[in-house]
Design a protein around this ligand. Structure first.
Ligand SMILES: [Zn+2]
Length: 438
């Protein structure tokens, strides 16, 4: 078993029925079995340096994709055989490894008391077996939140730095946090009811689509999500699919606790003075971290620019993720104006984000998945230093929150402009100026 790509948690759970407990157990077993599939993908990534065959140029892949568009599908492995570039569907390539996962999911589907959940489990199993991912993604968005939460569909991710296309195998299994889910949906209704003026409205995909939101206490993470450890994840990422089916986003309480303990608190202690630290409790920072992630994810709904991936290419993810964080902070500003959050909560968000960014920068060499966020955080901090919102003296950071919020507006404008209509060259110049990780 590849324990490297499995994280198990033991959170305090609400009381589950016998049936729910039995289903949960099967789902955890199914989820663990995804780790070896992801391990195969990681192996390919390491051996080839990309998710494409070694020694094959971007141009050649684009050429071949004209004949066979499935080469750029999120769900195919690209190989070179007899000097031809071919695409093999995931469900065929990994059929052997996926079989036991499918069996467990079908077993869970047969025993669960919830008919709707049963149908959804069956569709996830079918997607793994036959490649019908869209059907499963759509079902997941449309299925009402249930006490158990599971997602074993491959998700698109940033490791495909060449085309930003391929999906990674992963599984999460958890139990719904009812209170957290309610809080999140109250943010959502505020955020989504505020119609936002766009910089370039015609460039933005603006179809109002359903967004399903939930907060869970995870029991298991496997594959890609165990490696990336996102506190919030929005799926699908593909703009066309979002426009067609909507999206769903999940907040992971246990990963947030882990992030707080391993990244945010140690860095917080290191970079801020004792007097400054006294102003924030651990609970402030825990909630600050959850809140900035939640608003970051909600902000993504406003940042679907049609040509952004094409224009910015390999630099897209840096700009896109930073834009979401900044817009999230501005949305928090709107929540403050409406008395939905207070000053301390707004400040805690920024402090948690800065502490995490500094930590990501420190470990960016060994954690390549997070490099885009590390660069984004570096841009944020350097921009704040330049504007005078942050000052550094003897390794200690001094923050002026009033100035930070003014600067956030400026930076957000620049970054969203790059996203809406910038060229790769413009993005590169900007990243070189502010995003150098020393
Ligand atoms: Zn994001």
């Amino acid at each position: 078993m590849d324990s490297q790509y499995i994280i198990q948690f033991n959170p305090k759970l609400p009381k589950l029925s016998k049936n729910e407990q039995a289903v949960l157990k099967l789902l955890v077993e199914a989820g663990k079995l995804i780790a070896p599939v992801f391990a195969e993908q990681e192996k390919q990534l390491k051996e080839n340096g990309s998710l494409y065959p070694k020694g094959v140029s971007e141009k050649e892949i684009n050429q071949a994709a004209k004949q066979d568009p499935t080469i750029l599908s999120p769900y195919t492995v690209v190989e070179k055989t007899n000097s031809r570039i071919v695409a093999i569907p995931y469900h065929i390539k990994y059929a052997q490894l996926l079989k036991p996962v499918v069996e467990k999911l079908n077993q869970a589907s047969r025993i669960t008391d919830s008919r709707e959940f049963s149908r959804f489990l069956r569709l996830q199993a079918k997607a793994l077996l036959e490649g019908t991912y869209e059907e499963a993604i759509n079902a997941s968005i449309k299925t009402k939140t249930y006490i158990l939460d599971v997602y074993i569909i491959p998700v698109e991710h940033n490791d495909d730095a060449v085309f930003f296309a391929k999906a990674a195998y992963q599984a999460w299994v958890g139990v719904l946090d009812t209170e957290g889910t309610q809080r999140l949906s109250s943010y959502k209704s505020t955020v989504l009811s505020v119609s936002r003026r766009s910089l370039l409205p015609h460039e933005r995909i603006d179809s109002p689509h359903p967004v399903k939101t939930k907060t869970i206490d995870e029991v298991l993470l496997a594959g890609f999500v165990a490696k990336s450890k996102f506190v919030g994840l929005i799926v699908p990422m593909n703009f066309a699919l979002v426009a067609k089916y909507g999206s769903e986003f999940t907040i992971f309480n246990q990963v947030n606790n882990l992030r707080l303990k391993e990244q945010i608190l140690p860095t917080f202690k290191k970079i801020f003075s004792p007097a400054f630290r006294k102003e924030f409790t651990i609970e402030d920072l825990r909630r600050g971290s959850l809140r900035y992630v939640a608003l970051h994810e909600l902000a993504h709904n406003y940042l679907y620019y049609k040509n952004a991936t094409q224009n910015l290419q390999d630099l897209f993810a840096v700009i896109y993720e930073l834009a979401a964080t900044l817009l999230g902070m501005r949305i928090a500003g709107s929540l403050l104006l409406q008395d939905k959050i207070n000053n301390k909560q707004l400040e805690s968000m920024v402090v948690a984000f800065m502490a995490r960014s500094v930590d990501l920068t420190r470990q960016s060499e060994k954690n390549s998945t997070m490099i885009n966020y590390a660069i984004g955080g570096t841009i944020f901090i350097n921009f704040m230093l330049e504007s005078g919102a942050l000052k550094q003296k003897g390794g200690i950071t001094i923050a002026n929150f009033m100035k930070i919020f003014v600067s956030v507006h400026e930076l957000s404008y620049i970054v969203e402009h790059l996203l809406a209509s910038g060229t790769r060259q413009e993005a590169e110049t900007f990243i070189n100026k502010y995003g150098q990780i020393s």
